[in-house]
Design a protein around this ligand. Structure first.
Ligand SMILES: Cc1cc2nc3c(=O)[nH]c(=O)nc-3n(C[C@H](O)[C@H](O)[C@H](O)COP(=O)(O)OP(=O)(O)OC[C@H]3O[C@@H](n4cnc5c(N)ncnc54)[C@H](O)[C@@H]3O)c2cc1C
Length: 315
């Protein structure tokens, strides 16, 4: 089977759907095909400008069939790109000829790559990874969070009944979003909050938007989670008390090495501080929240090239 279109957009996350919708507005006569691995797609709704460059919006998850979109859709996985012939092949064997190809296939968490075995280091991306986090938390007393972006900043203050060791490479928390002064303010505010009130929301500068959940709450093979993902999830560890404990923060630090402990006792982590000193701690597992790599689970006739920030360089 084969198909042909002017614009082939791959990925049913917010980027892919917004891309296809924008193309449909800008080029109403063009043939646009959205290729999505998941039958549930994410789109922007209730877009309201709140300032010149700031918009507020909701994220809607819906079945592809419910989109009523001004472009065609195909639920299948991109398998191969033949860029010299402007042609792609899907997992089901459909050949799609295109003039322009828009890759919006999202990212996978960059995991800290020490010598430790996989189950000791997890990333958070979708429902599956959150369920893994919950399972590991259920027996955990000490968790190490590595990273200083949105996911790390949220998790550090959301986990309950577990000691949180938060390792950040910067001299202040949430450095991806706030400057040192604001970080200090937020940190003091967090310390003053009681367990119920402590919320990571204030520490994150980016726009938060509400999720309108789909009928079937699954993100398997689908888009990445979004804001407030943790609201409906029990993130309790194995220590008693039912309380959120403030994280112990290790500034200007990085993981030097990780050693698996015998009998599933977790990991012995050696931290290296910027001043050259070292410190050891034990934890049950590590949440690696240090950004993402582009999803490139497809082959290409010519090797994909990446920019310094990890993005795919278009030709
Ligand atoms: C826990 C968590 C919390 C977050 N919180 C926030 C927040 O508060 N605010 C915020 O702005 N952002 C937040 N983000 C980030 C936000 O979720 C992502 O930036 C956004 O979802 C990226 O959208 P995307 O469309 O680029 O990728 P994705 O949402 O990952 O979508 C990629 C799509 O491509 C599809 N795909 C992949 N490979 C193929 C293939 N080979 N063939 C066909 N389809 C394919 C996938 O099925 C998926 O539908 C959070 C992310 C996480 C994980």
């Amino acid at each position: 089977m084969s198909r042909e279109c002017e614009f082939l957009v791959v990925g049913g996350g917010i980027a892919g759907v917004s891309c296809a919708e924008s193309l449909a507005i800008c080029r109403p006569n063009a043939s646009i095909l959205l290729l999505t691995e998941s039958s549930i797609v994410k789109s922007v709704t209730n877009l309201v400008p709140v300032a010149r460059y700031l918009h507020k919006f909701d994220v809607r998850e819906q079945y592809v069939t419910e989109m009523g979109a001004s472009f065609e859709t195909l639920v299948d996985r991109l398998d191969h790109i033949n860029s010299s012939e402007h042609c792609t092949r899907t997992k089901a064997g459909v050949e799609i000829k295109y003039r322009y190809l828009c890759l919006c296939t999202g990212g996978t968490p960059k995991l800290f790559s020490g010598k430790c075995v996989d189950p000791l280091v997890i990333g958070i991306r979708d429902t599956d990874s959150v369920q893994l986090l919950q399972r590991k938390l259920a027996t955990a007393k000490d968790v190490l969070i590595l990273g200083n972006g949105g996911i790390a900043s949220e998790l550090a203050y959301e986990l309950k009944d577990v000691n949180v060791h938060w390792v950040v490479k910067d001299s202040h928390i949430s450095a991806t979003f706030v400057d040192p002064g604001a970080a200090e303010f937020f940190h003091i505010a967090m310390n003053e909050c009681n367990a119920e009130d402590s919320s990571p929301v204030a520490a994150i500068k980016r726009m938060r938007y509400s999720e309108v959940l789909p009928k079937e709450q699954t993100n398997n093979h689908g888009a990445a989670l979004g804001p407030d993902w943790q609201r409906t999830v029990d993130l309790s560890g194995a220590r008693e008390g039912g309380e959120k404990r403030l994280p112990k923060i290790y500034y200007k630090s990085r993981i030097n090495s990780v050693q698996d402990l015998a009998d599933d006792a977790g990991a012995l982590v050696k931290l290296e501080h910027e001043d050259g000193s070292f410190e050891q701690l034990t934890c049950d597992f590590i949440v690696s929240a240090t950004g993402v790599w582009p999803n490139t689970d497809y082959t290409c006739d010519s090797p994909l090239q990446f920019s310094d920030d990890g993005g795919i360089i278009g030709g």
